[in-house]
Design a protein around this ligand. Structure first.
Ligand SMILES: [Zn+2]
Length: 102
């Protein structure tokens, strides 16, 4: 199956042959190498966003700001783990309820 692919380097369209070492006929850029690089960049960006979602508490911060940041971080952590805890609690309740009924 062949499909058209836009070269990420020179932005010219060409027909893909489906081979791993597909190259752009215009600039000879290897499509898959570029695609892998894109995937890697996306992964790094996703990790960066994840890290940035937590507020970093700096030494020079105002004590009120530090407390606020700690609270926000705690809230995010609690939200994430809170959901898991609720699921476990429901499971335990079902088991306990089942034992009482026996
Ligand atoms: Zn090209």
């Amino acid at each position: 199956m062949s499909s058209e692919i836009k070269c990420p380097v020179c932005e010219k369209w060409s027909i893909r042959t489906g081979k791993i070492d597909d190259r752009c006929p215009n600039c000879n850029a290897q499509f898959d190498a570029v695609r892998l690089q894109y995937a890697e960049e996306n992964r790094i960006n996703a990790e960066k966003i994840k890290k940035d979602s937590y507020l970093i508490i700096k030494e020079g911060d105002d004590p009120v700001v530090q407390m606020f940041k700690e609270f926000v971080n705690w809230l995010r952590w609690a939200t994430f783990y809170g959901i898991s805890v609720i699921y476990v609690a429901i499971a335990v309740m079902i088991i306990v309820y089942g034992l009482i009924m026996l």
